[in-house]
Ligand binder design. Structure first.
Ligand code: 1HN
Length: 349
């Protein structure tokens, strides 16, 4: 929250307040109910960024700003309620990154955790600790804290992805740090473990060929996720929602300690109701057309659009297409909220 606290009690003699200020001491009683409001409050607002409006500005950034200068060519999704902060919610960062054929974004590592969800284009890749992760539309790639990563592009069209990071949360601990950039080295592998060691649910390799970093899987191809969702949708009764959580396949834990990822499949005409939660979430439309209610706001959406649900806002997604499914990816701060003992969910109505 960006609001300034009331730290002076105007009913007290001025010299007393001045004496407190001089001692770096302040009264709690003027600020108590701002520190601990009786209602759950957030300055973050529900919002939608339209792909068809932001996409031209990304292409313009690619024209105006050389990758050598930008290092990461990202347009940041700034929550209109957060006073211009580079934050989509109090804890999460979201941005759209564009890379052109032949470009290379240099290697670095940092304390915040990051994830990418590919929005458009083929031929780019991210290298995570030497592991080459091909980026195709809908793919999820994580770069856990302190893992070296860079981006390259061997294709023929611009590639755009959504970056999700826990930077605002990490900054609240004064723990944000990054290495200096260095030129990317060629990837040490031709592929990532989702292509050979983790190709089927419920099976893990006895012995991995990949370096043991604690993150056995760093890429979740959309082709795999979509097939799993479609199978589930074909079998599930109409009144049961179809969603999958991305997990570390060796532990079942969320892919990152602070951020969770899920994908929801909405059958034609289907509505998914998500109760109020103390976590916040960013939704990315992978396919389909529909409408979402976030608190009191309603947003129509189509592929490429991004929506944000601040904490304690009920969410309702509707697939408005008569025949086609819709797929919504989300990343959220649920693992961080749970780890701090702050997780609450209102029972569904
Ligand atoms: C970062 O390192 C990347 O590596 C993307 O692609 C977005 C946003 C804020 C801080 C670091 C990347 C970022 C970022």
């Amino acid at each position: 929250m960006t609001t300034t606290l009331t730290t002076r009690d105007e009913s007290l003699p001025a010299p007393y307040s001045e004496a407190l200020d001089a001692l770096s001491v302040g009264p709690l009683w003027t600020a108590l109910h701002q520190l601990l409001p009786n209602e759950r409050v957030t300055a973050a607002r529900p919002h939608r960024w339209r792909w068809r409006e932001v996409r031209p500005q990304l292409l313009e950034a690619a024209r105006l700003v050389p990758i050598e200068q930008a290092e990461r060519r990202v347009l940041v999704l700034r929550n209109p309620g957060l006073g211009g902060a580079y934050a989509v919610t109090a804890t999460l960062f979201a941005g759209l990154q564009i890379i052109l054929p032949g470009e290379a974004a240099p290697s670095h590592h940092h304390t915040p955790a990051a994830l990418r969800l590919v929005v458009e284009g083929r031929g780019a890749y991210t290298t995570v600790d030497g592991v080459k992760c091909v980026m195709e539309p809908g793919d999820l790639i994580i770069t856990p804290p302190m893992r070296w990563h860079d981006h390259g592009h061997e294709g023929r069209e611009p590639v755009v992805w959504l970056d999700g990071l826990d930077i605002p949360l990490v900054r609240s601990f004064d723990a944000s740090w990054a290495s200096r950039m260095r030129a990317a080295r060629p990837p040490g592998t031709g592929t990532d473990s989702s292509q050979d060691e983790f190709t089927a649910a419920g099976l893990v390799p006895r012995r991995s060929r990949y370096e043991d970093t604690g993150y056995p899987q760093v890429r979740w191809p959309w082709s795999t996720v979509r097939r799993a969702l479609a199978s589930m949708a074909a079998a599930a009764p109409a009144d049961q929602p179809v969603g999958l959580c991305y997990v570390n396949p060796k532990t079942g834990a969320p892919p990152l300690a602070t951020m969770g990822c899920e994908c929801q499949w909405l059958r034609p005409g289907e509505t998914a109701r998500i109760p109020r939660r103390t976590s916040s979430a960013v939704y990315q439309v992978i396919e389909g057309r529909g409408e979402s209610r976030v608190g009191d706001a309603t947003f129509a959406w189509e592929p490429g659009d991004t929506l944000v649900a601040p904490p304690w806002h009920a969410v309702e997604h509707v697939n408005l297409a008569p025949a086609a499914p819709a797929c919504l990816f989300q990343f959220n701060d649920e693992p961080a909220v749970r780890a701090l003992g702050l997780w609450r969910e209102e029972p569904p109505a």
